[in-house]
Design a protein around this ligand. Structure first.
Ligand SMILES: *[C@@H]1O[C@H](CO)[C@@H](O)[C@H](O)[C@H]1NC(C)=O
Length: 386
């Protein structure tokens, strides 16, 4: 008896089981099911595959390097410094041409400072009074004379607006072994000498006018040049490597990064000090203190690339099919529980089978009073009870 049951179990392992369907001739649920199918299909094809390119493997770990080079010369004439010529070595800090560069637009120079005692407004040291009625100032030991306070009224290097910067950006997507640079591949030697970036007319020219870069952030160069600021230049590479390499080109965008919440905010602007040291003929130390105001440009690169790959394609098709299944499940719920004739459909869908043989492998306790319990309709139980 036990051996026969074991044999039948083993034989049933090689049966192929196919599902039996109940066709509900209900137009409303039928239409609902088609609508759900269409919506899922539209989502898979339109959104997942066409818009999000679900058939592609993507890589976001972009490797990038930026080299910058400025161009422009100007002459200034102020009462402080006299006539002075400014070239790249004078107004660009640091000189190597990194992805962050600073262009001097204004400065306060304090010449011939030497260590000594001089008057200062901060309250330290000895108090100096010209006469008994005056409030007096404090004497400190410092580099004298001290720097005069106050903000500059107009930019010294106003002409920096017309300086240009050449930005060379080379990138690589290591997984796809793809490398490119933002400089247009051209045999025309004079192209780089004469072109200037413009979003519409020459989007592939990597030479930018500083005034334009500030203008595109919605600010005025002359305004910013007075007290300095920070401009972000974003280079975005978004490449579809299924297309040709010439279609993979960067998009530039510009933003002002030093937050200027109100027009007269005290926190906006950018400046720093440095000094040039020298000795006079007697060997005494002297220095020229320079406080420079200017615009710092931060170049940030990011990007991603995509290329056809069978694995994400199969995964996305699979999840699409699963969504179809979820649609069928939803329509089942509507049909079996939300329609007027739901009970009729339920009776036809779930068949109760009278118990004939208790499988030996599964000792299932069955309560005779409760023949209609749904767990009798568990497929596994049915299988062994055939
Ligand atoms: C920049 O160049 C243009 C055209 O060459 C000129 O009209 C303008 O005055 C210049 N800007 C400054 C601030 O010198």
């Amino acid at each position: 008896m036990a051996a026969a049951a074991l044999k039948s179990v083993c034989l049933s392992a090689f049966d192929y089981k196919t599902e039996k369907y109940v066709i509900a001739q209900n137009k409303r649920v039928g239409i609902l099911y088609r609508v759900v199918q269409l919506a899922v299909l539209g989502y898979i094809v339109g959104w997942v595959f066409l818009t999000k390119k679900g058939y592609q493997e993507t890589e976001e770990s972009i490797q990038s390097t930026v080299i910058t080079k400025l161009k422009g010369v100007t002459l200034t004439n102020s009462s402080d410094t006299g006539v002075r010529l400014w070239d790249v070595a004078d107004y660009v800090v640091p000189p190597q041409g990194e992805n962050i560069f600073f262009v001097v637009t204004n400065m306060i120079e304090t010449r011939n400072q030497s260590p000594g005692y001089c008057a200062e407004v901060i309250k330290t040291g000895v108090c100096l009074k010209k006469d008994t009625n005056s409030t007096g100032t404090c004497e400190i030991f410092a580099w004298c004379p001290i720097e005069r306070s106050g903000k500059p009224q107009k930019p010294l290097l106003a002409k920096a607006e017309n300086f240009t910067v050449y930005i060379k950006n080379s990138i690589r997507f290591p997984n796809f072994k793809f490398a490119k640079s933002n400089v247009l591949d051209t045999s025309n030697n004079s192209y780089l000498k004469s072109c200037q970036y413009d979003k519409i007319h020459s989007p592939y020219c990597p030479i930018f006018r500083l005034g334009d870069a500030v203008l595109w952030t919605g600010h005025d160069f002359q305004d910013m040049a007075k007290e300095g600021g920070v401009i972000g230049i974003f280079i975005e590479w978004n490449c579809d490597l299924d297309k040709s390499a010439s279609k993979c080109n960067p998009q530039y965008s510009f933003n002002r990064l030093d937050l200027k919440s109100s027009p007269v905010s005290v926190t906006s602007g950018y400046n720093f000090r440095y000094a040039k040291y020298y000795k006079n003929s007697k060997g005494e130390d002297y220095r020229t203190l320079i406080k420079v105001y200017g615009i710092r440009f931060d170049i940030m690169v990011n990007g991603k690339a995509g290329k056809f790959n069978i694995i994400p394609t199969v995964i996305n098709i699979g999840s699409g099919l699963a969504l179809m299944g979820a649609g069928a499940f939803f329509c089942d719920l509507v049909l079996l529980y939300m329609m007027k004739k739901s009970t009729v459909y339920r009776e036809r869908k779930y068949e109760s089978v009278a118990l004939m043989l208790v499988p030996l492998f599964f000792l299932i306790y069955i309560n005779d009073q409760d023949k209609n319990t749904s767990w009798l309709s568990l497929p596994m139980t049915l299988n062994y009870c055939r």
